[in-house]
Design a protein around this ligand. Structure first.
Ligand SMILES: [Fe+2]
Ligand SMILES: [Fe+2]
Length: 187
């Protein structure tokens, strides 16, 4: 990492529109939800964390793969970039499998469920740390500010599109509960 990149990374001073800033903002939410998933005392809190984490993580990961990883893996002259992209991809796949297992079981009080949640949390902590070191470094070294801004726009558009069905479902649920309340108030 160049000295300037090191300073920027340490200070977290990427431009607001830089894909690294946008990825980091999601990482903060993801780490928080994964911590709750692994450490919350009650089943209902753990289930709620899973309900929020699963779609966010899937949308973040698919969009990150398409915008950042794909470009790093296409850099024929940089083995480090290709390795960062490929390793990230494998880690995404492993966490996807664990998340599917958690979602397939309603027994969030069992030791096995909690063990899966703990490993998801640990894996995400490891993955995000590596991503913010290795992947961010490669993005800084091989792409211009303009290219990283364009990647950022693409990342947000893809992520939001993937999250849209859930946002729509939540909106419909909120509307129907509001309608239910006004119907009972009118009765
Ligand atoms: Fe990420
Ligand atoms: Fe990732």
């Amino acid at each position: 990492m160049s000295m300037l990149e090191k300073v920027r990374s340490t200070l977290g001073s990427y431009a607001e529109t830089d894909i690294r800033t946008l990825l980091h903002a999601d990482h903060v939410l993801i780490r928080d939800l994964a911590k709750t998933l692994a450490e919350a005392e009650s089943r209902s809190e753990r289930q709620a964390a899973l309900r929020d984490l699963k779609p966010l993580l899937a949308a973040h990961s698919r969009s990150e793969e398409a915008t950042a990883y794909a470009r790093l893996m296409a850099l024929r002259s940089s083995p480090d970039s290709r390795a960062a992209g490929n390793e990230g991809m494998v880690e995404h796949n492993l966490v996807d499998i664990l998340m599917e297992r958690l979602a397939a079981s309603t027994d969030s009080g069992s030791d096995l469920w909690k063990a899966h949640a703990k490993v998801v949390h640990e894996s995400l902590e490891h993955h995000i740390k590596e991503e913010e070191d290795a992947v961010f470094e490669e993005l800084g070294e091989h792409f211009s500010d303009e290219e990283r801004d364009a990647m950022g726009e693409e990342f947000v558009a893809k992520r939001d599109k993937l999250l849209a069905p859930r946002a729509k479902a939540q909106g419909a649920k909120a509307n129907s509960s509001r309608r239910g309340k006004s119907a009972s108030a009118a009765a």
